[in-house]
Design a protein around this ligand. Sequence first.
Ligand SMILES: Cc1cc2nc3c(=O)[nH]c(=O)nc-3n(C[C@H](O)[C@H](O)[C@H](O)COP(=O)(O)O)c2cc1C
Length: 369
Amino acid sequence: MLRFLTAGESHGPCLTAIVDGLPAGLEVDIEAINRDLTRRQGGYGRGARMKIERDRAEVLGGLMGGRTTGAPVALRIDNRDWANWRERWADDDLPRLTVPRPGHADYAGMVKYGLDDARPVLERASARETAARVAAGALAKQLLAAFDVVVGSYVSEIGGMVATIPDHPLADLWARAEESEVRCPDAEASGRMKAAIDRAKEAGDSLGGVFVVAALGVPVGLGSHVQWDRRLDARLAAAVMSIPAVKGVEIGPAFENARRPGTHVHDEFVPAAEGGVSRLSNRAGGLEGGMTNGQPVVVRAAMKPIPTTLAPMRSVDLATGEPAETEYQRSDVCAVPAASIVGEAMVAWVLADALLDKLGGDSIAEMAR
Ligand SMILES: Cc1cc2nc3c(=O)[nH]c(=O)nc-3n(C[C@H](O)[C@H](O)[C@H](O)COP(=O)(O)O)c2cc1C
Protein backbone atom coordinates (compact mmCIF):
# COMPACT_ATOMS: atom_id res chain seq x y z
CA MET A 1 0.00 0.00 0.00
CA LEU A 2 2.69 2.45 1.05
CA ARG A 3 5.74 2.75 -1.15
CA PHE A 4 8.55 5.15 -1.77
CA LEU A 5 11.31 5.53 -4.31
CA THR A 6 14.37 7.73 -4.10
CA ALA A 7 16.55 9.26 -6.78
CA GLY A 8 19.71 11.34 -6.79
CA GLU A 9 23.50 11.04 -6.69
CA SER A 10 25.78 11.77 -3.77
CA HIS A 11 27.38 14.78 -5.48
CA GLY A 12 24.46 15.67 -7.74
CA PRO A 13 22.12 18.59 -7.16
CA CYS A 14 19.68 16.91 -4.78
CA LEU A 15 18.00 13.81 -3.49
CA THR A 16 14.35 13.18 -4.24
CA ALA A 17 11.80 10.89 -2.63
CA ILE A 18 8.33 10.11 -3.93
CA VAL A 19 6.12 8.77 -1.17
CA ASP A 20 2.95 7.11 -2.42
CA GLY A 21 -0.04 5.74 -0.54
CA LEU A 22 -0.27 8.05 2.46
CA PRO A 23 -3.90 8.53 3.50
CA ALA A 24 -5.48 11.97 3.06
CA GLY A 25 -5.75 14.31 6.01
CA LEU A 26 -2.43 13.61 7.72
CA GLU A 27 -1.10 16.85 9.16
CA VAL A 28 2.56 17.01 8.16
CA ASP A 29 5.14 18.72 10.34
CA ILE A 30 8.03 19.59 8.03
CA GLU A 31 10.20 20.65 10.95
CA ALA A 32 9.85 17.14 12.39
CA ILE A 33 11.22 15.78 9.08
CA ASN A 34 14.08 18.27 9.31
CA ARG A 35 14.82 17.27 12.90
CA ASP A 36 15.31 13.67 11.77
CA LEU A 37 17.50 14.81 8.88
CA THR A 38 19.67 16.67 11.39
CA ARG A 39 19.79 13.61 13.67
CA ARG A 40 21.00 11.51 10.70
CA GLN A 41 23.78 14.00 10.03
CA GLY A 42 25.13 13.76 13.55
CA GLY A 43 27.23 11.30 15.51
CA TYR A 44 30.84 11.21 16.57
CA GLY A 45 33.09 9.92 13.80
CA ARG A 46 31.38 11.50 10.78
CA GLY A 47 33.47 12.89 7.91
CA ALA A 48 33.85 16.39 6.50
CA ARG A 49 30.84 16.04 4.18
CA MET A 50 28.43 16.34 7.07
CA LYS A 51 29.98 19.68 7.98
CA ILE A 52 29.04 20.96 4.51
CA GLU A 53 25.45 19.71 4.44
CA ARG A 54 22.49 21.24 6.32
CA ASP A 55 19.80 18.82 5.21
CA ARG A 56 16.31 20.21 4.93
CA ALA A 57 13.29 18.75 3.14
CA GLU A 58 11.28 20.75 0.66
CA VAL A 59 7.84 19.42 -0.21
CA LEU A 60 7.09 19.73 -3.93
CA GLY A 61 3.74 18.01 -4.12
CA GLY A 62 1.05 16.07 -2.29
CA LEU A 63 0.28 18.56 0.50
CA MET A 64 -2.38 21.24 0.67
CA GLY A 65 -2.89 23.37 3.73
CA GLY A 66 -0.20 21.35 5.47
CA ARG A 67 -2.12 18.09 5.08
CA THR A 68 -1.79 15.13 2.76
CA THR A 69 -4.38 14.92 0.00
CA GLY A 70 -3.94 11.25 -0.87
CA ALA A 71 -1.68 12.21 -3.79
CA PRO A 72 2.00 11.19 -3.83
CA VAL A 73 4.21 13.40 -1.67
CA ALA A 74 7.35 14.61 -3.43
CA LEU A 75 10.32 15.57 -1.25
CA ARG A 76 13.58 17.19 -2.21
CA ILE A 77 16.77 17.55 -0.17
CA ASP A 78 19.45 19.75 -1.69
CA ASN A 79 23.10 18.69 -1.70
CA ARG A 80 25.04 21.79 -0.64
CA ASP A 81 28.20 20.05 -1.81
CA TRP A 82 26.81 20.28 -5.37
CA ALA A 83 28.19 23.83 -5.56
CA ASN A 84 31.70 22.27 -5.41
CA TRP A 85 30.93 19.67 -8.09
CA ARG A 86 28.58 21.44 -10.45
CA GLU A 87 31.17 22.46 -13.06
CA ARG A 88 32.97 19.14 -13.14
CA TRP A 89 29.59 17.46 -13.50
CA ALA A 90 28.58 19.78 -16.38
CA ASP A 91 31.95 19.24 -18.11
CA ASP A 92 31.72 15.46 -17.62
CA ASP A 93 34.97 15.75 -15.71
CA LEU A 94 34.18 13.79 -12.54
CA PRO A 95 37.17 12.07 -10.92
CA ARG A 96 37.49 8.58 -12.37
CA LEU A 97 37.92 5.53 -10.16
CA THR A 98 39.27 2.36 -11.75
CA VAL A 99 40.58 0.71 -8.57
CA PRO A 100 37.56 -0.91 -6.89
CA ARG A 101 37.50 -0.43 -3.12
CA PRO A 102 36.88 -3.59 -1.05
CA GLY A 103 33.56 -3.48 0.78
CA HIS A 104 32.03 -1.03 -1.70
CA ALA A 105 29.64 -1.54 -4.63
CA ASP A 106 32.47 -0.51 -7.00
CA TYR A 107 33.57 -3.87 -8.43
CA ALA A 108 30.20 -5.62 -8.76
CA GLY A 109 28.62 -2.42 -10.09
CA MET A 110 31.31 -1.94 -12.76
CA VAL A 111 31.00 -5.53 -13.95
CA LYS A 112 27.21 -5.56 -13.82
CA TYR A 113 26.71 -2.30 -15.74
CA GLY A 114 29.67 -2.73 -18.10
CA LEU A 115 31.51 0.36 -16.81
CA ASP A 116 35.23 1.12 -16.87
CA ASP A 117 34.82 3.68 -14.10
CA ALA A 118 33.23 3.15 -10.67
CA ARG A 119 32.08 6.79 -10.42
CA PRO A 120 28.48 6.17 -11.57
CA VAL A 121 28.26 3.26 -9.14
CA LEU A 122 29.61 5.01 -6.08
CA GLU A 123 27.57 8.14 -6.71
CA ARG A 124 24.37 6.17 -6.28
CA ALA A 125 25.58 3.48 -3.84
CA SER A 126 26.69 6.20 -1.42
CA ALA A 127 24.73 6.28 1.82
CA ARG A 128 23.96 9.92 1.11
CA GLU A 129 20.79 8.37 -0.34
CA THR A 130 19.69 7.51 3.19
CA ALA A 131 18.83 11.19 3.78
CA ALA A 132 15.89 10.67 1.39
CA ARG A 133 14.88 7.54 3.30
CA VAL A 134 14.93 9.43 6.57
CA ALA A 135 12.62 12.06 5.08
CA ALA A 136 10.21 9.38 3.82
CA GLY A 137 10.46 7.57 7.16
CA ALA A 138 9.65 10.78 9.02
CA LEU A 139 6.32 10.88 7.16
CA ALA A 140 5.70 7.27 8.20
CA LYS A 141 6.49 8.23 11.81
CA GLN A 142 3.89 10.99 11.62
CA LEU A 143 1.28 8.53 10.37
CA LEU A 144 2.18 6.14 13.19
CA ALA A 145 2.09 8.95 15.76
CA ALA A 146 -1.53 9.66 14.77
CA PHE A 147 -2.19 6.15 16.17
CA ASP A 148 0.10 6.54 19.21
CA VAL A 149 2.92 4.41 17.83
CA VAL A 150 6.41 5.82 18.39
CA VAL A 151 9.74 4.64 17.04
CA GLY A 152 13.17 5.31 18.53
CA SER A 153 16.68 3.90 18.61
CA TYR A 154 19.97 3.70 20.41
CA VAL A 155 23.48 2.37 19.76
CA SER A 156 24.61 -0.58 21.86
CA GLU A 157 28.05 -1.35 20.41
CA ILE A 158 30.81 0.36 18.39
CA GLY A 159 34.11 -1.24 17.37
CA GLY A 160 33.78 -3.97 20.02
CA MET A 161 32.95 -1.47 22.81
CA VAL A 162 29.77 -2.95 24.26
CA ALA A 163 27.34 -0.88 26.32
CA THR A 164 25.60 -2.12 29.43
CA ILE A 165 22.00 -1.25 28.67
CA PRO A 166 20.06 -0.62 31.89
CA ASP A 167 16.69 -2.32 32.29
CA HIS A 168 14.84 0.98 31.86
CA PRO A 169 11.81 1.80 29.74
CA LEU A 170 12.76 2.17 26.09
CA ALA A 171 11.62 5.81 26.01
CA ASP A 172 14.12 6.52 28.79
CA LEU A 173 16.94 4.81 26.85
CA TRP A 174 16.03 6.86 23.76
CA ALA A 175 16.14 10.09 25.77
CA ARG A 176 19.59 9.18 27.08
CA ALA A 177 20.75 8.29 23.56
CA GLU A 178 19.82 11.78 22.35
CA GLU A 179 22.27 13.17 24.92
CA SER A 180 25.17 11.02 23.72
CA GLU A 181 27.40 11.85 20.75
CA VAL A 182 27.34 8.18 19.81
CA ARG A 183 23.63 7.76 20.62
CA CYS A 184 24.44 5.30 23.41
CA PRO A 185 22.39 5.35 26.63
CA ASP A 186 25.38 4.11 28.71
CA ALA A 187 27.53 7.20 29.41
CA GLU A 188 30.62 5.17 30.36
CA ALA A 189 30.40 3.10 27.16
CA SER A 190 29.87 6.30 25.13
CA GLY A 191 33.28 7.45 26.34
CA ARG A 192 34.90 4.14 25.35
CA MET A 193 33.20 4.23 21.95
CA LYS A 194 34.44 7.76 21.25
CA ALA A 195 37.96 6.78 22.27
CA ALA A 196 37.78 3.76 19.93
CA ILE A 197 36.66 6.03 17.08
CA ASP A 198 39.58 8.39 17.83
CA ARG A 199 42.01 5.45 17.76
CA ALA A 200 40.57 4.14 14.49
CA LYS A 201 40.81 7.58 12.93
CA GLU A 202 44.42 7.93 14.07
CA ALA A 203 45.21 4.54 12.52
CA GLY A 204 43.49 5.46 9.23
CA ASP A 205 40.88 2.80 9.95
CA SER A 206 37.09 2.60 10.39
CA LEU A 207 34.56 0.99 12.73
CA GLY A 208 31.14 -0.65 12.69
CA GLY A 209 28.77 -1.61 15.48
CA VAL A 210 25.26 -2.47 16.56
CA PHE A 211 22.12 -0.36 16.91
CA VAL A 212 18.68 -1.16 18.27
CA VAL A 213 15.45 0.25 16.85
CA ALA A 214 12.21 -0.22 18.74
CA ALA A 215 8.57 0.76 18.41
CA LEU A 216 6.15 1.35 21.27
CA GLY A 217 2.36 1.29 21.17
CA VAL A 218 2.18 -1.16 18.27
CA PRO A 219 -1.21 -2.92 18.26
CA VAL A 220 -1.51 -6.72 18.20
CA GLY A 221 -1.82 -8.28 14.76
CA LEU A 222 0.22 -6.26 12.27
CA GLY A 223 1.59 -8.64 9.65
CA SER A 224 0.35 -12.20 9.28
CA HIS A 225 1.40 -15.83 9.68
CA VAL A 226 -0.57 -16.96 6.63
CA GLN A 227 1.89 -16.17 3.84
CA TRP A 228 5.69 -15.80 3.80
CA ASP A 229 5.69 -12.31 2.36
CA ARG A 230 3.17 -11.05 4.91
CA ARG A 231 5.30 -12.04 7.91
CA LEU A 232 6.22 -8.74 9.53
CA ASP A 233 9.49 -10.00 11.04
CA ALA A 234 10.67 -10.84 7.51
CA ARG A 235 9.59 -7.46 6.15
CA LEU A 236 11.29 -5.61 8.99
CA ALA A 237 14.48 -7.60 8.50
CA ALA A 238 14.53 -6.86 4.76
CA ALA A 239 13.92 -3.15 5.30
CA VAL A 240 16.67 -2.81 7.90
CA MET A 241 19.05 -5.03 5.90
CA SER A 242 18.57 -2.67 2.95
CA ILE A 243 20.47 0.04 4.83
CA PRO A 244 23.98 0.31 3.36
CA ALA A 245 26.55 -1.54 5.51
CA VAL A 246 23.92 -3.37 7.61
CA LYS A 247 24.82 -7.05 7.37
CA GLY A 248 22.89 -8.62 10.22
CA VAL A 249 19.40 -8.12 11.64
CA GLU A 250 17.90 -9.69 14.75
CA ILE A 251 14.35 -9.57 16.08
CA GLY A 252 14.77 -9.30 19.86
CA PRO A 253 17.96 -10.92 21.19
CA ALA A 254 17.66 -13.69 18.55
CA PHE A 255 21.26 -14.94 18.53
CA GLU A 256 21.38 -15.03 22.33
CA ASN A 257 18.00 -16.83 22.34
CA ALA A 258 19.47 -19.44 19.99
CA ARG A 259 21.96 -20.39 22.73
CA ARG A 260 19.32 -20.88 25.47
CA PRO A 261 16.68 -23.56 26.18
CA GLY A 262 13.09 -22.73 25.24
CA THR A 263 11.79 -22.29 28.81
CA HIS A 264 14.39 -19.53 29.28
CA VAL A 265 13.44 -17.79 26.07
CA HIS A 266 9.69 -17.72 25.40
CA ASP A 267 7.74 -14.89 26.95
CA GLU A 268 5.30 -16.36 29.49
CA PHE A 269 1.76 -15.02 29.86
CA VAL A 270 0.14 -13.84 33.10
CA PRO A 271 -3.30 -12.30 33.59
CA ALA A 272 -3.11 -8.52 33.30
CA ALA A 273 -4.55 -6.40 36.11
CA GLU A 274 -6.73 -4.54 33.57
CA GLY A 275 -7.97 -7.81 32.02
CA GLY A 276 -6.49 -9.80 29.16
CA VAL A 277 -2.88 -10.92 29.38
CA SER A 278 0.55 -9.47 29.92
CA ARG A 279 4.03 -10.94 29.48
CA LEU A 280 6.89 -11.54 31.88
CA SER A 281 9.53 -10.71 29.27
CA ASN A 282 9.95 -9.62 25.65
CA ARG A 283 12.63 -11.87 24.25
CA ALA A 284 10.58 -12.36 21.07
CA GLY A 285 11.08 -8.68 20.24
CA GLY A 286 7.34 -8.10 19.89
CA LEU A 287 6.73 -10.57 17.07
CA GLU A 288 5.31 -14.10 17.08
CA GLY A 289 4.17 -15.95 13.95
CA GLY A 290 5.11 -12.98 11.80
CA MET A 291 2.64 -10.77 13.69
CA THR A 292 3.07 -8.07 16.27
CA ASN A 293 2.00 -9.37 19.69
CA GLY A 294 1.38 -6.11 21.51
CA GLN A 295 4.86 -5.95 23.06
CA PRO A 296 7.43 -3.39 21.92
CA VAL A 297 8.87 -4.31 18.51
CA VAL A 298 12.66 -4.58 18.88
CA VAL A 299 15.01 -4.87 15.89
CA ARG A 300 18.80 -4.99 16.24
CA ALA A 301 21.19 -4.42 13.38
CA ALA A 302 24.89 -5.13 12.87
CA MET A 303 26.73 -2.57 10.75
CA LYS A 304 30.04 -3.52 9.16
CA PRO A 305 33.00 -1.12 9.49
CA ILE A 306 32.90 1.75 6.98
CA PRO A 307 34.60 0.38 3.82
CA THR A 308 36.54 3.55 2.99
CA THR A 309 39.74 3.70 5.03
CA LEU A 310 42.55 6.23 5.01
CA ALA A 311 45.02 3.35 5.33
CA PRO A 312 45.07 1.84 1.83
CA MET A 313 43.83 -1.65 1.06
CA ARG A 314 45.01 -3.93 -1.73
CA SER A 315 43.08 -3.97 -4.96
CA VAL A 316 43.60 -4.16 -8.72
CA ASP A 317 43.45 -1.31 -11.23
CA LEU A 318 40.86 -2.63 -13.66
CA ALA A 319 42.19 -0.28 -16.37
CA THR A 320 45.60 -2.00 -16.36
CA GLY A 321 45.09 -5.29 -14.52
CA GLU A 322 47.99 -4.33 -12.23
CA PRO A 323 47.95 -4.54 -8.43
CA ALA A 324 47.04 -1.18 -6.91
CA GLU A 325 46.13 0.39 -3.60
CA THR A 326 42.77 1.98 -2.86
CA GLU A 327 42.59 5.74 -3.09
CA TYR A 328 41.02 7.49 -0.12
CA GLN A 329 37.73 9.32 -0.71
CA ARG A 330 36.43 11.66 2.00
CA SER A 331 34.58 9.44 4.45
CA ASP A 332 33.10 8.77 7.86
CA VAL A 333 35.20 6.77 10.32
CA CYS A 334 32.06 5.45 11.99
CA ALA A 335 28.40 6.01 11.06
CA VAL A 336 26.60 3.66 13.45
CA PRO A 337 24.77 6.54 15.23
CA ALA A 338 23.59 7.91 11.86
CA ALA A 339 22.57 4.43 10.70
CA SER A 340 20.35 4.08 13.77
CA ILE A 341 18.30 7.05 12.53
CA VAL A 342 18.01 5.42 9.11
CA GLY A 343 16.95 2.27 10.98
CA GLU A 344 14.16 4.22 12.67
CA ALA A 345 12.98 5.39 9.25
CA MET A 346 12.93 1.88 7.77
CA VAL A 347 11.18 0.32 10.78
CA ALA A 348 8.63 3.17 10.84
CA TRP A 349 8.06 2.64 7.13
CA VAL A 350 7.25 -1.06 7.44
CA LEU A 351 5.06 -0.55 10.52
CA ALA A 352 3.12 2.30 8.87
CA ASP A 353 2.51 0.13 5.82
CA ALA A 354 1.35 -2.76 8.02
CA LEU A 355 -0.92 -0.44 10.02
CA LEU A 356 -2.55 0.83 6.82
CA ASP A 357 -2.96 -2.76 5.68
CA LYS A 358 -4.65 -3.64 8.98
CA LEU A 359 -6.93 -0.60 9.32
CA GLY A 360 -7.64 0.22 5.68
CA GLY A 361 -9.08 3.55 4.64
CA ASP A 362 -8.13 6.39 2.34
CA SER A 363 -8.04 9.10 4.98
CA ILE A 364 -6.88 9.42 8.56
CA ALA A 365 -10.55 9.68 9.60
CA GLU A 366 -11.36 6.38 7.90
CA MET A 367 -8.31 4.72 9.43
CA ALA A 368 -9.33 5.98 12.87
CA ARG A 369 -12.85 4.67 12.38
C1 LIG B 1 24.54 6.57 7.48
C2 LIG B 1 25.62 5.87 6.72
C3 LIG B 1 26.77 6.55 6.40
C4 LIG B 1 27.79 5.91 5.68
N1 LIG B 1 28.93 6.61 5.40
C5 LIG B 1 29.90 6.00 4.70
C6 LIG B 1 31.13 6.71 4.40
O1 LIG B 1 31.29 7.88 4.76
N2 LIG B 1 32.08 6.06 3.71
C7 LIG B 1 31.93 4.77 3.29
O2 LIG B 1 32.83 4.23 2.69
N3 LIG B 1 30.80 4.07 3.56
C8 LIG B 1 29.78 4.66 4.25
N4 LIG B 1 28.64 3.95 4.53
C9 LIG B 1 28.54 2.54 4.10
C10 LIG B 1 28.53 2.34 2.58
O3 LIG B 1 27.57 3.17 1.96
C11 LIG B 1 28.29 0.87 2.22
O4 LIG B 1 29.06 0.04 3.01
C12 LIG B 1 28.63 0.62 0.75
O5 LIG B 1 27.76 1.41 -0.08
C13 LIG B 1 28.52 -0.84 0.33
O6 LIG B 1 27.26 -1.37 0.59
P1 LIG B 1 27.07 -2.63 1.57
O7 LIG B 1 27.96 -2.38 2.76
O8 LIG B 1 25.62 -2.59 1.99
O9 LIG B 1 27.46 -3.85 0.86
C14 LIG B 1 27.62 4.57 5.27
C15 LIG B 1 26.45 3.88 5.60
C16 LIG B 1 25.44 4.52 6.33
C17 LIG B 1 24.19 3.78 6.68
